[in-house]
Design a protein around this ligand. Sequence first.
Ligand code: HEC
Length: 106
Amino acid sequence: MRSVLLLSLTLATAAQAADEAAAELWTAKCKSCHGPDGRAQTQMGKKESIVDISQPAWQQAQTDADIREVIADGSPRNKKMKAYKDKLTPEQIDSLVTYIRTLKKG
Ligand code: HEC
């Protein structure tokens, strides 16, 4: 019983650390265009008409695989959205997909 508790505590802490790392990645590499909240109310966001990825409709239309692909390979429609597969590990890209899901508006 005690070890189960310890294990779940350890897992929770690990998950939290991963969340924080993803939030830091977002701030360092994505926020300048997509904004802190994904709404893209930034100079680049407005200029390039970047979609508000916090919108429930956008969130619903995208599978995790879709989101992973655009981060890894970039957007075929807009070169400003670069491919990150050489800059980020697959684990980091996965953590950003999870992070993007947390940006969904209430
Ligand atoms: C230099 C500006 C810039 C940066 C930095 C940037 N993006 Fe983007 N991103 C864009 C643009 C522009 C688009 C719109 C592409 C399109 O219309 O197809 C986009 C689109 C996206 C989309 C798909 C939205 C859609 O059109 O469905 C996702 C997901 C995304 N970015 C995630 C990220 C993540 C994660 C990072 C950080 C690792 C990041 N972006 C960094 C400019 C940027």
